[in-house]
Design a protein around this ligand. Structure first.
Ligand code: FAD
Length: 315
């Protein structure tokens, strides 16, 4: 039986797993490994420690569908809408720049439910706390080492993590990437930012007329969302949640500072934007070292797809 490993349980890894399963007729052992403790990657949804139903999307906020992809990826959108994984974004987001013909979708159960949907469909064995460190060639198989535990062998490996994390891998994989490819991969740059999730008690009222707001006048805060309102799941039994994204300059400046210090700075700035906010019952501050690729257009030529690398067969 062919053994396939997908590294990364984000949207790319989970969709890749589902598509491999759909398109493979023979027997296939499919595994997904991720260094994190849950699936989602940069589409993560955090939960309040007091109530797992009180959730906050700390990474991606919504999915924007352009007219081009509405046609090209119609079956994916149709499926996710039919399963209730996605719903059109109807709540007001102030300052959002919309291009003509675009439409936005939110995930009512949290953006990570997209990933959970595809992982479930794929039937893959999903392992968390599996950080890949080395990939070597042994007797025509790819031997994958992780930080703890024994190495395992696969026929095909698909790497879906951000490019800098692919370039950190050791072993024979380093010889597999040509100098030209390496240079181009090294040229991929990512923005960095922090996200802060605030979880409130049921019944807390956050009295603002919007569900989300882009901020242009603050050095620290770029975006605020009343996350449950954005996803249209307001309820008297579940407390509201707030998500704050910092600006990229702030993210870069404080990249190596402690999470506690960064959280304090964000709170101070939040008080200027939303004075008198109630006290949250829980918080979660997340550093996104590799947040988004400002321009993917630079990666051309040797590397076919900068977001996904497959070892074992040509993609
Ligand atoms: C703050 C923020 C806001 C965003 N907003 C939006 C938005 O509104 N709309 C939108 O469409 N996109 C948005 N994005 C971008 C979007 O989240 C990403 O493009 C998308 O989630 C990338 O998915 P991926 O599966 O390719 O990579 P990732 O989600 O990064 O998944 C890679 C996975 O690989 C794992 N991994 C890394 N190294 C290893 C290793 N050595 N071993 C094992 N596992 C490893 C990671 O833990 C991770 O789970 C945003 C991103 C951020 C950070």
């Amino acid at each position: 039986m062919a053994r396939v490993l997908i590294v990364g349980a984000g949207v790319t890894g989970s969709l890749c797993a589902a598509l491999l399963r759909r398109q493979t007729s023979g027997p296939l052992y499919l595994a997904v490994w991720d260094k994190a403790e849950d699936s989602g990657g940069r589409m993560t949804t955090a939960s309040s420690p007091h109530n797992p139903q009180c959730t906050a999307d700390l990474g991606a906020q919504y999915v924007t569908c352009t007219p081009h992809y509405a046609k090209k990826h119609q079956r994916f959108y149709d499926e996710l809408l039919a399963y209730g994984v996605l719903r059109p974004l109807t709540s007001p987001i102030e300052g959002m720049v919309m291009k003509e013909g675009d439409c936005n979708f939110v995930a009512p159960q949290g953006i990570s439910s997209i990933i959970k949907h595809y992982l479930k469909e794929s039937g893959a064995e999903v392992y968390f706390r599996h950080r890949v460190t080395q990939i070597n060639l042994r007797n025509d198989k790819w031997e994958v080492s992780k930080q703890t535990g024994s190495p395992e062998q696969f026929d095909l490996i698909v790497l879906t993590m951000p490019v800098p994390q692919i370039l950190q891998l050791q072993g024979d994989i380093t010889n597999l990437i040509s100098e030209c490819q390496r240079q181009q991969l090294e040229a991929v740059s990512y923005s960095s930012r922090y996200a802060l999730g605030l979880f409130y008690e049921a019944g807390t009222n956050i009295d603002v007329p919007w569900a989300g707001q882009y901020i242009t006048s603050n050095p620290c805060i770029r975006f605020i969302s009343i996350d449950n309102k954005k996803r249209n799941i307001e309820s008297s039994e579940i407390g509201p949640s707030l998500v704050i994204h910092t600006t990229v300059p702030f993210g870069i400046t404080y990249l190596e500072h402690s999470i506690e210090d960064v959280q304090e700075l964000i709170f101070q700035q939040l008080e200027n934007i939303l004075p008198g906010l109630p006290q949250p019952i829980a918080t979660k501050c997340q550093k996104w070292r590799h947040s988004q690729v400002p321009s993917a257009g630079v990666i051309l030529g040797c590397v076919k797809n900068p977001y996904m690398m497959a070892i074992g067969f040509p993609i």
